[in-house]
Write a protein that binds this ligand. Structure first.
Ligand SMILES: *Cc1c(COP(=O)(O)O)cnc(C)c1O
Length: 378
């Protein structure tokens, strides 16, 4: 049997909506499908404004522009994240400050945030790893006390919650990804959620190449012109149409993901008790969306041997994140203090297991069996 790591699935009306876009003769951005996606996201998150983007990467770049980050400014983020979190900051000439993660959730360590704050710190960018919430009570408290903004890298976190609130609703802004490896997809795709209303008008301008075209479209000005810096951040309607079909099935997609996540979790309870591996921790306050199922093996050698053996067994499992503070660009552009012990430790021991909408129970059970077998041998 072969178990692919991820396989994108059609879940509903994708083809029908794509056809409608072509028939509407509106292929560029900001048409009816874009607007429907944005309303959907605003309602789901309780956000003031959603803007679709080409990716989570570009949504984070928009956030950095909106914060007016400049050389000398510092932004606190985990080292255990994807490059896009840091790139957005570096592209403004500002400095990402890498802090360690917690050993339980692999999310940014709140004590590390407080220790990393200087008089140059402007913003905190928590990343909800695996669709499990960071401790948002603490992070919001720190940001308020120190007068810092928050931008959530919620790339993996659509449909996940902290207490009764959706992730993506805590920051001044938040960025989602609809990349085909995420839960809800449009190939490439993303969204910037704007929760601070004072940022909306400028966000609309930056989104539309620095013009006030959105105000023109709403009839608020009689011609549109260049008013600020900006770029082309809006995706075309084909992407939005595909995304709308997926968003409409968001609940079902999340439930399916969670069924697989729970099957893995139950399947590995025994292996964890025997000390072969450690399963993910989801704090009582957090509701996950089942984005990633990972396991931690005892050490790096066992992890690497297990990955090899799983490959031979047809199970496509992968590692996650070379920590940014150890990467060539992270060393060049970022700053960190002391040792990021937990980050170094867990990134060497982590295995991500196959999970996607179309995975069958047989495939999941086969993967569970293969992992247990491999763990006993390595
Ligand atoms: C996937 C991901 C991104 C990038 O998303 P794209 O839509 O591919 O740009 C950024 N941050 C995190 C944490 C991610 O998992």
């Amino acid at each position: 049997m072969k178990v692919p790591f991820n396989r994108p699935s059609l879940v509903g009306r994708e083809f029908e909506y794509l056809q409608q876009v072509v028939e509407n003769r509106h292929l560029s951005g900001n048409g009816t499908f874009t607007e429907r996606c944005q309303r959907h996201l605003e309602n789901l998150i309780g956000s003031q404004r959603a803007l679709l983007t080409h990716s989570c990467t570009s949504a984070l770049e928009m956030a950095a522009l909106l914060l007016d980050l400049r050389p000398g400014d510092e932004v606190i983020m985990p080292s255990f994240t994807f490059t896009s979190t840091a790139n957005a900051v570096v592209l403004r000439g500002a400095t990402p400050v890498f802090v360690d993660v917690r050993a339980d959730t692999l999310n940014i360590d709140e004590a590390g945030i407080e220790a990393a704050i200087t008089d140059r710190t402007r913003s905190i960018w928590p990343v909800h790893y695996a669709g499990v919430a960071c401790n948002m009570n603490e992070i919001v408290r720190i940001a308020r006390e120190r007068g810092l903004t928050i931008v959530e890298d919620a790339a993996q976190a659509l449909h996940a919650r902290w207490w009764d609130r959706p992730l993506g609703s805590f920051g001044d802004m938040a960025a989602f990804s609809f990349h085909e490896t995420k839960n809800i997809i449009s190939g490439e795709g993303g969204a910037l959620m704007i929760n601070d209303p004072s940022l909306i008008e400028r966000a609309e301008v930056i989104w539309e190449k620095g013009t006030n075209r959105l105000r023109f479209k709403r009839g608020e000005v009689d011609k549109y012109t260049w008013v600020d810096i900006g770029s082309s951040f809006l995706p075309g309607e084909l992407t939005a149409a595909f995304l709308l079909a997926q968003l409409e099935k968001g609940q079902a997609i999340t439930e399916q993901r969670l069924r697989i996540w729970n099957r893995y979790h139950a399947g590995f309870a025994d292996a964890e008790a025997k000390g072969y591996l450690r399963r993910p921790t989801v704090p009582a306050e957090a509701v996950t969306n089942g984005h990633i199922y990972y396991i931690l093996l005892a050490d790096a050698q066992r992890r690497d041997r297990a990955l090899e053996a799983l490959k031979l067994a047809g199970v496509n499992a992968i590692t996650h994140y070379v920590p940014l503070h150890t990467s060539p660009a992270g060393r060049r552009f970022g700053r960190f203090e002391g040792k990021l012990t937990t980050t170094d430790d867990i990134s060497a021991r982590l295995i991500r297991l196959p999970i996607s909408f179309g995975l069958t129970v047989e495939q999941v059970d086969y993967a569970i069996g293969a992992v247990i077998d491999v763990c006993e041998r390595v």
